[in-house]
Design a protein around this ligand. Structure first.
Ligand code: Q0N
Length: 287
């Protein structure tokens, strides 16, 4: 008789369970956050889109770095994963200037110790992608650090390996996405180490929740870009004059439907698969 999964942790959007001593279960809900607040309204199948995309990328990047995926469950929203020793650092790769990268550049001219050319504007493409580590601060918010601090946390040799793997993953994904009309502005990886001491990609990878996806069509540096997936929800919330304090507002059916359609469209463009085919048999993304 299999043992019941033991709940280990709740993220804003995902739940983590222990299956046994070696295996975890990562379950993606349909919850959506905007301006860092979880909304009371869910986006149907959002968790399946995220899980399907993660599995799609894991299957295609295992030659760059091994990952923790053991199995994709037939519910389409759950990943069985290898248990790792996670590195205490989040690894963001940025090809464009946005979010905290833009804020840091505006204030200091650099991002996580990367000196950048003067005169860049918000959402500009960087001369080359940069790796910008961050740590989970006590507040729960991420705090950008430089490569020296990251190397102190994980060791200089390991950090060099992490940087090289993260840049290779970003290069692979950005080429794939841009050929399909989607700019991968930046993305966050979480890596760990297995029993043998091998670096392994964990968490979710290259999803709309861990990345900034922008429609390539209409890309216009000099201001923020619309989010591929969340823009309807953001615009609706802004239109209410909501103060961005919890709880967020309920979202009406047309905004839910429009948002779901954008997630499904991102899935279909990136994977080249019909989302209905994924619902019928999630294993199609592994092919
Ligand atoms: C792990 N997190 C991130 C809410 C919490 N393969 C792994 N092995 C050991 N630990 C983890 C993983 C993974 N992935 C990752 N916490 C533990 C925190 N989140 C993840 C989503 O659910």
């Amino acid at each position: 008789m299999p043992e019941a999964a033991v709940h280990l942790a709740s993220g804003k959007v995902r739940e983590l369970y222990a299956l046994d001593g070696e295996r975890l279960l990562l379950v993606a809900s349909d919850r959506i956050s905007t301006f860092d607040v979880i909304l009371p309204t869910e986006i149907p199948d959002k968790g399946r889109v995220l899980t399907g995309l993660s599995a799609f990328w894991f299957a295609r990047t295992s030659g760059i770095v091994p990952n923790h995926l053991l199995a994709l469950r037939d519910d389409g929203r759950s990943l069985e994963c290898r248990r790792l020793e996670m590195l205490p650092v989040e690894v963001v790769v940025r090809g464009y200037l946005s979010g905290s990268g833009w804020k840091d550049y505006r204030e200091t001219g650099s991002v996580c110790g990367h000196a950048l050319p003067p005169g860049l504007v918000e959402s500009d493409r960087l001369p080359e992608p940069i790796v910008t580590p961050a740590t989970k601060a006590v507040s729960g918010h991420d705090e950008n650090i430089d490569a020296r601090a990251a190397a102190e946390l994980v060791g200089a040799e390991r950090w060099a390996e992490v940087e090289s793997v993260a840049l290779a993953l970003y290069a692979f994904a950005t080429e794939h996405a841009e050929a399909r009309g989607i700019i991968l502005a930046d993305t966050k990886f979480e890596l760990g180490v297995d029993q043998a001491g091998t670096l392994v990609l964990g968490d979710e990878a290259l999803t709309p929740d861990s990345s900034r996806f922008w429609p390539a069509d209409g890309y216009a540096p000099g201001g923020p870009q619309p989010s591929y997936d969340k823009q309807y929800v953001r615009d609706y919330c802004e239109s209410l004059g909501w103060d961005k304090a919890s709880p967020g507002p309920e979202v009406p059916a047309d905004v839910v439907a429009g948002t779901r359609a954008r997630y499904v469209e991102a899935f279909e463009l990136l994977t080249g698969l019909a989302f209905d085919a994924y619902l019928a048999d999630p294993q199609v993304v592994l092919g």
